[in-house]
Design a protein around this ligand. Structure first.
Ligand code: ADP
Length: 340
């Protein structure tokens, strides 16, 4: 392990590995399997604006399609803040198609914990998607900014609510047969009133009529969030999203540390294949860690589903917090201790 590496990682550049490299190393057939691609053209249902109605304010970040800006949208005499995802000028035909696909996909979804598209501007270039503005930015940065000892941390109930918000959004996605495939704190956004919403559907796939989807070449793989079956066979399902959700819980309770920090992507792949799990974050309630471990069951059907997860966290919230309880099962090994 390279202990010098930034423990927070670089969420955009450091964590995924090149899909082509992965496929070569793992001899995976990269053909999609029976994916249904018959969703309606959601774009027709979203309000269309002209660029003259959008004032571009500061840059918020860089996404898969190009820059993301804070914008002020003028409509019906009012101004609303939005996040503007502008498609970069020299986008390839594939990126343009992905951009439109993301519009179609996200316009079908409507839930309090899924970031909402409020409009598009597709009549002139740059083509833009307009999202509700999430004032506190992405969850990874939000957590890092509060990490003790320099930060004050967050109240236990706030952490539980974040976990609950994400589980609710994922339960909605799963019940609509969507597999996100890239659930991570960096892909969740935080609103002004601390509501967390899932975003970044670039990798998500509708698997309504198929068992699984094998990723296509050239995608980037977030290996630190992936279960053994995704790493080994390129299999992405709701159960693999549940594993990723467990890693997101780990990110929440470790205030944005990079999962398996200090280990390279190739080392992480061997660790996950060998059944080594992440250790409990400092100060994490035992039952919360036990929920993480349930999400990381090697056999995918043994993992709890999102409905059970929502209910478990809901109960803790109703009872005033996640109770400290006797230690849970101790099977499997944790990060840093290879199985014997
Ligand atoms: P993409 O999905 O196109 O890859 P991202 O969603 O990752 O792009 O956006 C890049 C960055 O822009 C994010 O990390 C976040 O900081 C910011 N951002 C994206 N959407 C919003 C939003 N709705 N509100 C506020 N900031 C946002």
């Amino acid at each position: 392990p390279n202990a010098d590496k930034n423990i927070y990682g670089n969420s955009r550049l450091n964590s995924p590995i090149e899909m082509s490299e992965f496929l070569t190393n793992h001899n995976i057939n990269n053909q999609p399997h029976n994916t249904r691609n018959t969703r309606g053209s959601g774009v027709l249902r979203i309000p269309q604006y002209s660029l003259s109605q959008i004032k571009f304010l500061e840059e918020l970040g860089e996404g898969a399609f190009g820059k993301v800006y804070k914008g002020a949208l003028k409509k019906d005499g009012e101004t609303q803040f939005v996040a503007v995802k502008a498609l970069k000028e020299n986008a390839s035909a594939k990126t343009q198609a992905d951009f439109r696909r993301e519009i179609d996909l996200i316009s079908e979804l409507n839930h309090d914990n899924i970031v909402c598209i409020v409009g598009v501007a597709l009549r002139e270039e740059p083509l833009c998607m307009l999202f509700e503005f999430m004032a506190r930015g992405d969850l990874h940065e939000f957590l890092m900014g509060r990490a003790p000892p320099s930060g004050k941390g967050l109240p236990p109930m706030r952490l539980l609510n974040i976990a609950h918000n994400i589980a609710s959004g994922m339960h909605y996605l799963a019940s609509h047969h969507y597999v996100h495939r890239d659930l991570a704190a960096r892909n969740c956004l935080v609103s002004d009133d601390f509501v967390v919403k899932i975003s970044d559907f670039g990798l998500s796939r509708d698997i309504y009529s198929s068992d699984y989807y094998r990723v296509q070449s050239k995608s980037l793989l977030p290996v630190r969030w992936m279960p053994p079956e995704s790493i080994l066979y390129g299999k992405f399902t709701t159960e693999s999203d549940i594993w990723s959700y467990g890693v997101v819980l780990w990110e929440i309770y470790s205030y944005g540390l990079q999962p398996y920090y200090g280990y390279s992507n190739q080392e992480v792949i061997s660790m996950v294949r060998g059944g080594e799990l992440l250790a409990a974050p400092t100060g994490c309630p035992v039952l919360m860690y036990s929920l993480m471990r349930d999400c990381w069951k090697h056999t995918s059907h043994r993992r709890p589903n999102f409905e059970e997860i929502v209910n478990r966290i809901q109960e803790w919230i109703q009872n005033g917090g996640c109770p400290e309880a006797a230690a849970s099962e101790s099977s499997g090994s944790v990060c840093g201790h290879r199985p014997t």
